[in-house]
Design a protein around this ligand. Sequence first.
Ligand SMILES: *Cc1c(COP(=O)(O)O)cnc(C)c1O
Length: 471
Amino acid sequence: MITTETVKGDIREKMFSELADKSIFDQAKQYAFDYADNSMTRNVYPTQEAIKALAKFDEQLPETSMDASKVLEMLHVFGSPATVSQIGGRYFGLVNGGIIPTALAAKWLSDFWDQNTPLYVTSPIASKLESVVENWLIQLFNLPSDTAAGFVSGSSMAIMCGLAAARWRIYERLNYDVNAKGLINAPKIRIVAGRHVHGTVLKAIALLGLGKDNIEWVDVDDQGRILEENLPELDDKTVLVLQAGNVNSGSFDNFDSICAKAKKANSWVHIDGAFGLWASGSKRLRHLTSGIENANSWSVDGHKTLNTPYDCGIILCHDNEALVSALQATGSYIVYGDERDGMLYTPEMSRRARIVELWATMKYLGLEGIDALVFGLHQRAIQFSSELREQGFQVLNEVVFNQVLICYENDELTQKTLEAVQESLECWCGAAKWKGQLVIRISVCSWSTTSEDVTRSVAAFSKAYHSLKEE
Ligand SMILES: *Cc1c(COP(=O)(O)O)cnc(C)c1O
């Protein structure tokens, strides 16, 4: 007999009472606030003790259900100290954005909504916000008004969507149904990319079956920009990948003339603008993205320059049919409607409502706030490079956006200085190879980086370097 009664200690009964009682949410809130209060001053990278203590998590899956508050407590006591402090202002690794408080608060609220967003019918609010933000992005980036946006997990996925749309469109022109027939026995299409293309573009090319070995490489200048005179002949079977924001130097390809040339040849241009596309949002940096409107697709992150919470990428495509056709999915229970159905523009079906945070960030900042945010990152990067130069360090790139590359007399000294800076826990930066040389990458990408943070970080570099020289 099926019964609706619950036995004492039943897990569902427990969960109903946790939802009603809400004390675990108060507990989580208290932990989060303690974390936030500590985050501006604490060590950027976890201490060795904190990392050792992670061994606490090496345990068997528990036999019985636990007290909810104990689960949270374990995360706070052993998890919080082992985080990399992203919300403070002295993390300069990768290209990692900070977090806008309003966006974080909006995320908390929408966590309770727990929306699934493939279709209008599964979440009218998510569908509405996606439509609104699509228009805002078109306006901000000055793209053609019939550009379509898909909201994905990050640029990796957005780049894949852009190249999938390109692939679909080029094969469609060749009268070849790539979705049905696949790439086995397909006619050849061409991929042209600069030598400094991001690794996630290569990954997308591999995943899409286009093959990295098929790339026609174009040499780049000393900042990583495509050398226009080295571009091969372009045609309507070509995908050309450009970038707004070189992941190391922050440089931008010359979109004005390259995109116009590609458009004439009817090639498909995809612009990887993971962090750099936001230059469009700053009056004083907008010149860097001039000409992007002539491309066919653009990928960009919310979670870098715009400082939304993580897991926020966007594909923008000026070919609605190609994007939707490349990402199509069907099933008798999937009911597309007249309103926006988000899954038409993404590889995923089920998705969380990440649009809430993107909407909240843009609504909160407005055009003025976005301008101030983006230009502020640039200013801090300029400050970094000039203070480092004053200390006698070598800055290798033109600081056109938010990236600074430095090195010392030789690779060994660069490596040791970097290690000493990392061990100081004062700030965090990573390394890269730049024209065969080891370099330290400094990416200023958080709104919370102050000029004091920059000065303090430069001091950490200075101290590390001079104590090595004295050895
Ligand atoms: C970060 C980055 C990517 C990858 O983006 P994810 O959001 O990490 O997937 C691609 N291209 C460039 C230039 C990047 O900086």
